[in-house]
Ligand binder design. Structure first.
Ligand SMILES: Cc1ncc(COP(=O)(O)O)c(C=O)c1O
Length: 400
């Protein structure tokens, strides 16, 4: 709770409906606990940008401290073009819009496409904050399950057929995270990616491909991004430097047809993104510093992942987990009937914060899942945190 008293507003406030309930934010954490709930950057792995920041405010001061161009600094649009081309995404600078991160890019895409009541396809479960963003646009969700190969395209096709047969509003957008999905850690197979694109063409919806974890791969071979397979302009790729450099830079991008991303740019309420951070990112992307950083970070995250998996085996073997081959998150299924939200409350009492999986479901979903991030704290702290979670679970069982 902040220092401001929440009870001292006089009567008669006329809040908008969306602000009536104050609620809790996933960005606040109880003091003193080990945070395994959010995909924060690991502090010892934050990049050293002293040189780049100095360069931004000396050599490039005139542009760094000025309002930025709406579409982004030309140098950054070029650097992003080169970066995604490494993954086979054959685009030019005109296809790139610089944003304040992937979440901002998602919001802009929603602004361009959605009217209240429109349908949007999401996996069940999906990224909790993305769901929150989509909700602010008044969408109705179409939930689709996943298996080891990712989004269940056959199930989606069934649902689309049924909607069409009933003459219902057809979904305009689909949101997915094909590489190291948040929260499940699943990576979509090539066959599924190809089938999904065919479905998007046939049923006329746009795929929002959110891909922040693609370069944080621990093992296995990369699969081409959806955008690299897109021969019809049905994919908008959302990217970010939050996971490969630093979330505090607040920079990302959207890649799509110029007609689409220009519309997204026109929905920005506050013009171009901060040019100083853009300049820092240009310099990091152009030098080998970014790739070295990604390599170091990936090695560290792999240790964190292993520590968490081992700790679950030791302290909470009742949980079913799927080992992710990359990314930041672990998804755990507790035995049926367990109230994961209560386990998370007890977890805080034992000194660890994890997320209830409930937040990851667009609509009704099971109550027995937990989502953990292994990104923020050291491997040692992760082991301690999961042992605290195990103690919380045993207390829950004793009380139940
Ligand atoms: C799936 C997914 N998309 C995007 C983001 C980050 O978005 P941003 O670039 O706005 O920091 C996260 C961070 O946790 C994420 O898990």
């Amino acid at each position: 709770m902040s220092a401001v008293s929440m009870g001292d507003l006089g009567p008669g406030q006329r809040f908008a409906r969306r602000a009536e309930v104050l609620g809790k934010s996933i960005y606040d954490h109880p003091p003193g606990v080990t945070v395994l709930s959010s995909g924060l950057a690991y502090p010892p792995c934050l990049p050293d940008v002293v040189h780049e920041a100095a360069n931004a405010v000396s050599e490039h001061v005139a542009s760094s401290l000025q309002y930025g161009p709406l579409m982004g600094l030309p140098d950054l649009r070029e650097a992003i073009t080169a970066f995604v081309r490494e993954d086979g995404v054959k685009i030019g600078v005109d296809n790139v819009l610089v944003t304040y991160g992937a979440k901002n890019a998602l919001d802009l895409a929603c602004r361009v496409y959605l009217e209240p009541g429109d349908r949007m396809i999401v996996t069940t479960p999906s990224y909790m904050t993305a769901l929150q963003i989509m909700r602010t646009h008044g969408v109705n969700f179409v939930g689709v399950g996943q298996d080891d190969e990712g989004l269940d395209v056959a199930e989606l096709e069934e649902k689309l057929k049924r909607l069409q047969a009933n003459g219902e509003r057809m979904p305009k957008l689909l949101f997915d995270i094909p590489d190291f999905h948040n929260p499940t850690g699943i990576t979509m197979s090539l066959a599924r990616r190809e089938a999904l694109i065919e479905l998007a063409k046939r049923y006329n919806f746009i795929i929002l491909e959110d891909d922040p974890y693609r370069r944080i791969r621990f093992e296995g071979e990369p699969i081409p991004p959806l955008k690299a397979l897109d021969d019809a302009g049905v994919v908008i790729a959302l990217g970010t430097v939050s996971k490969i450099l630093a979330p505090g830079l607040r920079l990302g991008w959207a890649i799509g047809e110029p007609e689409i991303i220009r519309r997204m740019a026109m929905q920005k309420a506050d013009g171009g993104c901060n040019p100083m951070a853009q300049r820092i990112v240009v310099d990091l992307m152009r030098s080998n510093k970014m790739q070295n950083h990604i390599d170091e970070l990936t090695a560290e995250m792999r240790l964190h992942r292993d520590a968490m998996i081992e700790a679950f085996a030791e302290h909470l073997p009742e949980a079913k987990i799927r080992t992710p081959n990359g990314g930041y998150f672990l998804w755990a299924e507790l035995p049926e009937g367990v109230d994961a939200e209560r386990v998370t409350e007890l977890g805080v009492e034992h000194g660890v914060e994890v997320s209830t999986g409930r937040l990851c479901f667009a609509e009704d979903g099971p109550d027995n899942f937990l989502r953990m991030a292994y990104s923020f704290v050291s491997a040692e702290k992760i082991r301690e945190g999961i042992s605290q979670l195990g103690a919380a679970y045993r207390q829950y069982k004793a009380e139940a």
